[in-house]
Design a protein around this ligand. Structure first.
Ligand code: PLP
Length: 392
C-alpha cells in the first residue's frame, strides 16, 4: 500500500540537523554523561501547584470531551493576557485553544493558504516550519535574515518573494537566535504585509521570556489586527511542554472557521489541562517570572563569560531560552564545531546549520541545564573555541 506523497514529502530528510542530538542521546544511553544544551526544554518540570490544579480538575470529573475551542474561562483568560500585553482589544471569540503552539501553527497555515500557495518564512528558523507549511499543502519559501544584520529580517529581501506569496511567518523572540525583532523591523513587515496583501503569522511562544528590549506583537500595529494570526503557548513560559496547550489569536471569523477544523482534527485539549492552564494564567506575573528566571540568570552568566574572551561572539541574546554563538573565528562550520565539542568534551549544542543556511558558522546553546553545570559547560566551550582558532 502506498503512503501519501503529502506525508512522504513533508520533510526532505527527517534527521537533517538533529544528528548531534541523536548522537549525544546514544552516548548518554551508553552511560557517557553529556551536558545536553540542544533542545528547548526546561531543566525544571511543571510547577507542583499547576499539577495540583490539574489533578483537582481531573478528580472533579473534567475528564470527558472538553469544549473544542477551549473552555470559556480559558479563552477569556488568554484574551485578557493578550490584551494586557499588547493593548489590542481581544475577546474570547478571538482565541482558539490548541494542543500546543505547534497545532496552532498548523491551523494558521490551513487558514491562510490554499494548496500550492506560498508561505514565506525567515531563515534561521524553528525546525518544524517548512514541514508544517507543506503539511497544509502550501509551498515554504525561506528568506534569510543575515548574521551581519544581527538576524533581524530585512524587508528589502522580502520584497520580491512577497509578490507571489499569500502569507509570511515570523518568530519573535526568535528560536534559534534569541533575537527580539525591533519595532522598526516589525513596522516594515507590517507595511509589507499591507502592500502585498499578505497574512502575517506571528509565532510568539517566547513572549514571556524577554531579557533585553521590548517585545512588540505585530498584531498591535496599525492595520494589522485583521491580517495577523498570533501563536502562543504554555510550553515555554510555564514549563508545560508535555501538557500540549497552546493557542491561536486572530479575527473572530478565522477562529470560527478553525473551530470547525479543530472539530475534525484534534477535537480540543483535555479539560483538566485547560483548567490547570487557566489557573496558571490567572496567578499574576510572579509564577511566570519564577519559572523563567533561570534563563535570565544563565544569559547574564553567558554574557559575562563571553566578555572575557575574543574568539566567540554572542548574537544579541534578547529573549527565549537560547544563546546563539558566532564561532566563525575558529574556522569551523557550526556542524564541525558541535561535532568536535561533543566528541572531545561531551557537550552537545546545536549547529547553526540545523536551522537553515543563514546561521552557518554559529552554534545554538540552549540554557537548559542547572546553573553550575551550565557555567562549567561554557567554561569548557570557550577555551575549546580559542584552542581551535589557534590551531591547537
Ligand atoms: N514555535 C517555536 C519557535 C518553538 O521553538 C516551539 C517549540 O520549541 C514551538 C513553536 C512549539 O511549541 P509547543 O508546541 O510546545 O507550544
Amino acid at each position: 500500500m502506498q503512503i501519501s506523497d503529502r506525508l512522504c514529502t513533508l520533510t526532505t530528510d527527517p534527521a537533517a540537523g538533529w544528528e548531534i542530538l541523536y548522537r549525544s542521546r546514544d552516548m548518554m544511553a551508553a552511560g557517557t554523561p553529556v551536558t545536553q544544551l540542544t533542545i528547548g526544554e526546561h531543566d525544571i518540570r511543571t510547577d507542583p501547584a499547576i499539577l495540583d490544579e490539574m489533578a483537582r480538575s481531573a478528580a472533579a470529573g473534567h475528564t470527558g470531551y472538553a469544549a473544542v475551542p477551549g473552555t470559556d474561562a480559558l479563552r477569556a483568560a488568554i484574551a485578557q493576557r493578550v490584551q494586557r500585553q499588547t493593548g489590542v482589544p481581544t475577546e474570547a471569540e478571538n482565541i482558539l485553544v490548541t494542543p500546543g503552539g505547534q497545532a496552532a501553527l498548523f491551523a494558521a497555515h490551513m487558514a491562510t493558504t490554499n494548496p500550492g500557495e506560498t508561505t514565506l518564512f525567515i531563515d534561521p528558523y524553528y525546525a518544524t516550519y517548512p514541514g508544517a507549511i507543506r503539511g497544509a499543502g502550501s509551498v515554504p519559501v525561506a528568506v534569510q535574515a543575515r548574521a551581519e544584520n544581527a538576524f533581524q529580517p530585512c524587508v528589502r529581501d522580502l520584497e520580491t518573494p512577497s509578490q507571489t506569496a499569500a502569507a509570511l511567518l515570523i518568530n519573535t523572540p526568535n528560536n534559534p537566535t534569541g533575537v527580539v525583532y525591533t519595532a522598526e523591523t516589525l513596522a516594515a513587515i507590517g507595511d509589507l504585509c499591507q502592500r502585498r496583501d499578505l497574512w502575517l503569522i506571528s509565532d510568539e511562544v517566547y513572549d514571556g521570556q524577554i531579557w533585553d528590549g521590548v517585545h512588540v506583537s505585530p498584531r498591535s500595529l496599525p492595520g494589522m489586527m485583521d491580517r495577523t494570526l498570533v501563536v502562543g503557548s504554555m510550553s515555554k513560559s510555564f514549563a508545560m511542554t508535555g501538557s500540549r496547550l497552546g493557542w491561536l489569536v486572530g479575527p473572530a471569523k478565522v477562529i470560527d472557521t478553525l473551530i470547525n477544523f479543530a472539530t475534525h482534527t484534534t477535537y480540543g485539549v483535555p479539560g483538566y489541562i485547560q483548567d490547570a492552564a487557566h489557573w496558571a494564567l490567572t496567578q499574576g506575573p510572579e509564577l511566570e517570572h519564577r519559572i523563567c528566571a533561570p534563563f535570565a540568570r544563565r544569559r547574564e552568566a553567558t554574557l559575562r563569560m563571553i566578555a572575557g574572551q575574543n574568539v566567540v561572539r554572542a548574537v544579541p541574546a534578547q529573549g527565549a531560552m537560547y544563546v546563539m554563538l558566532d564561532i566563525r573565528a575558529t574556522g569551523l562550520s557550526g556542524r564541525d564545531f558541535a561535532d568536535r565539542l561533543l566528541h572531545r568534551h561531551h557537550i552537545a549544542v546545536m549547529p547553526g546549520e540545523s536551522f537553515g543556511t543563514a546561521a552557518a558558522g554559529h552554534v545554538r546553546v540552549a540554557m537548559t541545564v542547572e546553573d553550575e553545570a551550565y557555567k562549567a559547560a561554557l567554561q569548557t566551550l570557550l577555551p575549546f573555541a580559542a584552542d581551535v582558532a589557534n590551531g591547537i
